[in-house]
Design a protein. Sequence first.
Length: 724
Amino acid sequence: MGSIPVSSHSPRKQTAGRSWAAAYAARAIRSQIANIQNKIDLIPSANPNKIASIANTIPTATAPTKNRKFKVGIVGAGSAGLFTAMLFDHLKKEFHLDVDYEILERNGQDRIGGRLYTYHFPGGDEHHYFDVGAMRFPKIAIMDRTYALFDQLGMEYCDQGVKGDPTKGSKGPSKGKKPTKGQLIRYYLQGPNEVSRFNGVYVKNPKDVTAQTFQITGLEEDVAKQVADDILANAIRVFTDVYYRKEPGGPEAFWKLLLKEGDTHSARQFLTHRALPPCEHATIDFLETLKYGNGWYNQAFTEMVLQSLDHESQEEHVEWWCVEGGAQEIAKNMAESLEQKEKVKFNKTVTSMSYVDEDKDGHLTGAFDKVSVTYHEKEGNKEGQKTNVYDAVFNSVPLGAMEQMDLEGLNLNWGTKQAIRNLGYGAASKVGIRFKTMWWMKDGFNIYSGGISKTDMPLRWCVYPSYNLYDDPNKPAVLLASYTWGQEGDRIGSLINSASPDNEDELKRLLIHDLARLHTEDEESFRKLQQKLEEEYIDHYAYDWSAHPSSMGAIAYFGPGQFNTMYQWITRSNGKMMIIGEAASTHHAWVVGALDSAVRGVYQFLYKHSDTDKACKEAAEAFAQEWTPENNNKLPAPFGPLPGEYNRSEDVEYISRDKLKESVGDLSGKNASTKSMKASPIGELARHQVWIETLRVETQKNQDRLQEDEITKEQLLPLLQAKV
């Protein structure tokens, strides 16, 4: 968690206005919208590959003059759920939007934050903790919203400077500062004297490693001499070289090539069959073992390419930061910032959701205007079931947990149901051990400034904390002894008890062995360190993200073709039930993905209700205006701007108002202005998602997909009049 391992190879600045993954997602969304429009005979699309931008040709209806009160349910108190509530607080302040929200969290108050989870060892000092979930944040462009959130929460930076080598007389922080809980402190992704052990070969301060570094056989001689990062960079160069062409059409040619050659392949399949030159299985296994975890290359090749390009956009030197006291402090600060703090409800497990087709007196209305949410609650020794009714619901739980809910009453699209069931999640496990001393900082190891040591043994990654660098090394401290992904995450997970550390003797034995072996070069040193670690061991805590019912997986990990065929289904909404969370974003495994999804979900809610509520309309219009840090139109970061994948791009084609009038009828209506108004390109794809899904839910109640050929003028006209 915290981040997927990334290549440090050849950074380049990104030239596009949004991330690569966002641009790719936008194409998937546009493709779906264009496909639907071209099947609706009443909408005269000019080109099957282009969207008819309806919102640019319909006159704007008379703006609503009154504000109404909304009751909104938010499922999950992770970063997406909490940020949704923060957004509503901000919109109330700036636009007088009246939203009474309620957050339903499955876990107890000690687990607020979802995958922002920090475990504190009982009876320990201030640094006796480790981040079980997200733990580090690179300061790069795609993380801007996360860092803006830190600013919003008043999380200040405390730069202690770079720690010097204590063996050369360095003693305290070079800048003499002591951080306080919740401040941002430097995170050291690499540190002096870290080690690697692969294939039984011990290497200190590994750099530019090759297969030959670890005496790995079975690879072609020229490949065995190549730096591992270079092998990967060369494998995807057929795509990156196309994009970085200086002549016009480079980016467009890149997308066409990626869709044609890469989208349907896993990373392993592409490297084996499509890369130039193709990689042998032995080479792929080596790269996967060295840099990630077994099974990691089963992910979509497109995800691998897009992640690589996003990270290669960064500057040569990237600062990484973490949170003093643990990343869960972010969630605690978010909850504390809420205007309606008492509305965060714990120990509430949502079991079902359904549209309600009746008014407050129980009379049928003919419209799915409300959403009922049933949940199991536990308060002390009392347990029971309760149902609340909301104007809209934001569902932020991971898709595995969402699948356990009864959602039949929402009449979800078949594509949405398939996405909830099938979108991939990666496994991850972490084990923190508390020792009597910081043995890794002393006794000749001198690993004094963070970093990571790696191995092909079961523990895989050993992460040295960046938050206790200036603590007394002769006193107890916590080490993130094992961080694993993929198949290794599952295998370590099989040794983890849900009541960790109970009944985990085998796990303890394995990790003590691996730690000792990783940090020593010969058998005698290994035996001595193994005995020392057994003596210094105090306790440990382990967590397997796949084994817990509130997560059922660590991070979104899309398989071949899933981004292009399923992403648009989990982001499409009628403005009544929004799926949010990092899986419903273009930045998997990052807090920024959860934040982006919340902004998109809130915008869909605003747009849905913009024809009946003045505040919703004004806020929706503000989101749709061009955003810059200087001109943020009442929506400063982190609340603005909308994620870039929902904006119209150059391949959208207009339909004339006269053509629409011929097909659908008079669009002016009794409440419409006489002036045609050109809508903003910002957020246009999200608006299309809302009106398309509204059309299906409200006019074809028993269908789990839109029946385009059954749509009538009478159904389409009022929707187009209202939704501009």
